[in-house]
Design a protein around this ligand. Structure first.
Ligand code: CMX
Ligand code: CO
Length: 150
């Protein structure tokens, strides 16, 4: 079950300048930052709030590490802006399979590693009314306690 907006992914050309914009304009601070080579991004997670399912909601600021990455290609075509939305779930495997059975393309056979050790997968934007959609199960044990047993 999808129980929160885990994050909104925002593509930018310069992560440090964009982080500074969000800090100076809204007061949001970096909660976590990392490079994910598999996804081809340098990213900063800005925590917005905790959620009633035991998880949290973030903004995910994304700078490509290479031009041929998903974010690099998207930026070259569209410029900066909202790149994807991510829903949080206790059971990314089960939810991805349920969605796949509705003939919506799930991009990975098995979830991959995302921010902060989470497990992630994506739905093809051409099958979701134009919105690149990510599903996330947080690595944090206290998060998503509504859990896979349902
Ligand atoms: N939102 C909406 N539509 C998108 C899109 C996006 N973010 N990215 C691509 N598209 C559209 C394109 O506009 C294009 O449409 P048209 O054919 O009508 O022009 C179509 O999808 C194909 O796009 P493309 O530029 O040829 O790109 P690819 O097919 O090579 O890749 C996708 C598209 C979704 C498969 C790829 O972006 C992907 O694998 N994304 C998942 C991984 C990812 O985004 N990682 C970065 C974030 C990591 C994280 O969140 O942790
Ligand atoms: Co994301």
């Amino acid at each position: 079950m999808l129980t929160r907006i885990d994050h909104i992914g925002i593509a930018c050309f310069d992560l440090d300048k964009t982080v500074e914009f969000y800090r100076a304009t809204y007061g949001f601070e970096v909660f976590h930052s990392e490079v994910n080579e598999e996804q081809g991004v340098r990213e900063a997670m800005l925590k917005i709030n905790d959620t009633s399912d035991g998880g949290s909601s973030y903004l995910q600021l994304l700078e490509p590490t290479r031009e041929d990455s998903a974010v690099g290609k998207w930026l070259a075509k569209n410029g900066e802006g909202v790149h994807h939305i991510a829903f949080g779930t206790a059971d990314v495997d089960g939810d991805a399979e349920a969605i796949r059975s509705k003939d919506i393309r799930v991009l990975y056979d098995e979830p991959r590693i995302g921010s902060m050790g989470s497990r992630i997968t994506f739905l093809h934007p051409k099958d979701t009314h134009g919105v690149l959609t990510e599903l996330v199960t947080s690595a944090k044990p206290s998060a998503d306690h509504s859990s896979a047993e349902h």
